[in-house]
Structure formats: C-alpha cells, structure tokens
Ligand binder design. Structure first.
Ligand SMILES: *Cc1c(COP(=O)(O)O)cnc(C)c1O
Length: 361
C-alpha cells in the first residue's frame, strides 16, 4: 500500500533525540530556543514561539491578540476542526465564509457579508499548502481594523508573492507527523509583533514570564527539547521535502490532467504551493476511493464533513448554507504526494486512476 502520508525520519533525527536524552534536559530548553530562532528566520519573521501542537498555536495566537467572549472570527468551514475549535476555546464565535472552487481556500468575496461590529479577526487557512488570497485578506483586515491569524498548519514554506505564509499576520504552524515537517507533536506561532510573541510565551507557560510569578491565565503549551531537536533536523530537510512534493505533484498533474471527470489542483500565479496534500476533484469520488484502496493506493478525504455540519456545531446551532464548501466535501480526493512516493508509484497511481475512472464510467 502506498500510504497517504509518511513521516521521514532517519539516523539524524535519532541521533538528535539521543543527544537530548543523554543531556538530561528533556523539557523546554536551549533546543526549543534554537528551533524558534531557526524557524523565525526561515519564515522571515522577527519572532517564533514553539508550542506543543498546531491547535495550541492557534489557541495561543488568538488569546495573545485578546480575542475572547463576545468576539467573532471569520474563517473557513473546509478545514480540520482545530481551526474553528481554537476560536471556540477562547469563548469567541467562529463565523464561516464559503470557499473558492479552485483552491478550496476561503473566498474573500464572501468575507464582507459576514463582517459585523463584533468581528475581531480573520483566520484564513492555507489549505493543502496553497496560500490563501492574502492580498485581499490583508486589505479587508486593514479596512475593518481586524487581526489576521493565519492557519498555516499545512503550509510550511508556502509563499504568496515574495512573502512566506505565516508572515502576513500572526501565523500558526503544526508539526504533527503527517505535516510537511514534524516534531512528533508540536506547533509554532510566528509574528513580527514582539508584544504578541511575549504574550504567547506567557500563555504557553501558565501566564508567567518569571518563574512562579503569574501575570495572566495561561496553559501548559510548552514544546520539549526532544521535539525541538527533531524539528531542527526536519527544518534543515524541509526545502528538499518540498521540492519532492512539488515534483510529485507535477508528475501527477501531467498524468491526470486529461482524464475525463478529474480536476487537478491549481497553482495561482505568484503562489508557491507546497503540496501538503495533492487534491483532485471528481464526481465519482467514493467509488474511485474504494477502487484505489483495493489496488494498493492510500487516499485521504480532507474533509468529508465541513465544520459547520459537524455534530458539535449543529448542537451549537450552526445552520449555514455554504454551497461551494459542501460540494467540495463530496468531491475532494487527496492522493499520495509526500517525498517517499517514487516515480514508479506515481505512474502506478496515474494508471490505476485511468482504469478506475473507466470502470466506474
Ligand atoms: C493539523 C492541523 C491543525 C492542528 O494541528 P495539530 O498539531 O494536530 O494540533 C490545525 N489546522 C489545520 C488546517 C491542520 O491541518
């Protein structure tokens, strides 16, 4: 079976972790500080704050911006649940805009109609590694005096114009094993605002700047040096990982572009798409999934149920009508694109999809 995701770890990560274990300093220490500095440099921001998950990064970023009860945050329903749940954690209300048909990202034309006097922030997601329409998003934010928190959990190194995502507003990254780089569990907040970074650091560690002096309510969102050691090695490999993902995506698109009923992913002008997922659209999705799985090809459906249709959100009274999002949930199909997928694998995937589409037709 060609898996849909696979963390790539070798002797280098093993040695880095062994060194941490031998040092005896296994919780947050110098390696976390080194990883933060390296990641901030990589993204092109002044500050990076490491935490123990992407969810914690989103949560802490919102709190650092003072978002809470009575506030609304406009985001997308076509994402992992953590995007919207991080807003709920703060007591604020997620408000969903629809998505673009081609990129699956938040539709900036749909944002204006969702802005109310309570709106405090926009939270675009750079879904699958394709940057959201940041120019329009930053313009809307400026016009309405809104904070922008970028869910960059799938978009390490993706760029819009000459800027990496996570450097427009406050960024939140995940280092879960299936992401473009991993620390096992882990996350990072990126920002050019020193005050936001300071607050995020306090929120990460029980509201304290100085040990046993607590200025505000906080959590234990700390990253361990074990994770940071893995992250430092992975960050060094990220460029190569990304090139492999992009090469693989190119091969898949060349092979799949002319198959009837299949729409291959777009790459907007001026965008660097880092292909966290390679996601096609197809009407006969569920039959094609079983055909591929039967033939040794792992697949992913991100996401079969939009957030506003999740039982939790139904329970909360959400009853949105988001037609583009709902259509995507029925048609999106992700294929293996990670760096461990070989050219032979890709050819096999393309041939199997051709057969599958004919069989279903
Ligand atoms: C993975 C992911 C998260 C959450 O990250 P964790 O590290 O799993 O907590 C949030 N948003 C998106 C879009 C993600 O893909």
């Amino acid at each position: 079976m060609i898996p849909i995701a696979k963390p790539l770890l070798d002797e280098e990560e093993i040695a880095a972790v062994s060194n941490v274990l031998r040092s005896g300093i296994i919780a947050e220490g110098q390696r976390v500080a080194d990883f933060e500095e390296a990641f901030a440099n990589y993204i092109g921001v002044e500050n990076a704050v490491a935490v123990n998950s992407g969810t914690a990064a989103l949560h802490a970023a919102l709190l650092a911006h003072g978002i809470g009860a009575g506030d609304e945050v406009i985001t997308t329903s076509f994402s992992f649940i953590a995007t919207a749940n991080s807003i709920l954690f703060t007591g604020a209300k997620p408000v969903f805009a629809d998505i673009e048909h081609d990129t699956f990202n938040i539709d900036t034309d749909d944002i204006a109609g969702k802005i109310t006097p309570k709106t405090k922030a926009l939270m675009p997601v750079h879904l699958y590694g394709h940057p959201a329409e940041m120019r329009a998003i930053m313009e809307i934010a400026e016009d309405h005096n809104l904070t922008v928190i970028e869910d960059a959990c799938q978009a390490h190194g993706a760029a819009y114009g000459n800027k990496k995502v996570g450097s427009f507003g406050t960024g939140a990254f995940s280092f879960y094993p299936t992401k473009n780089m991993t620390t096992s569990e882990g996350g990072m907040i990126t920002t050019n605002d020193k005050e936001i970074a300071d607050r995020a650091r306090m929120i990460r560690s029980h509201g304290s700047r100085q040990r046993y002096l607590h200025e505000m309510i906080g959590y234990n969102f700390r990253m361990t040096d074990i994770s940071a050691a893995i992250g430092l090695v992975q960050l060094g490999k990220l460029g190569e990982f990304t090139s492999m993902r992009q090469r693989n995506a190119g091969i898949l698109s060349n092979g799949l572009r002319n198959i009837k009923g299949i729409t291959v992913p777009v790459i907007r002008n001026g965008c660097n798409h880092v292909f966290h997922q390679y996601t096609i659209r197809t009407g006969g999705r569920d039959e094609l999934v079983s055909f591929l799985n039967k033939n040794g090809i792992g697949t992913g459906i991100y996401y079969p149920v939009p957030i506003h249709k999740q039982p939790l959100y139904r329970e909360l009274g959400y009853n949105d009508n988001l037609p583009v999002c709902e259509e995507a949930a029925g048609e999106a199909l992700s294929l293996p694109v990670h760096p461990a997928v070989s050219k032979e694998d890709l050819n096999m995937i393309i041939e199997t999809i051709k057969k599958g589409v004919e069989a279903i037709d």
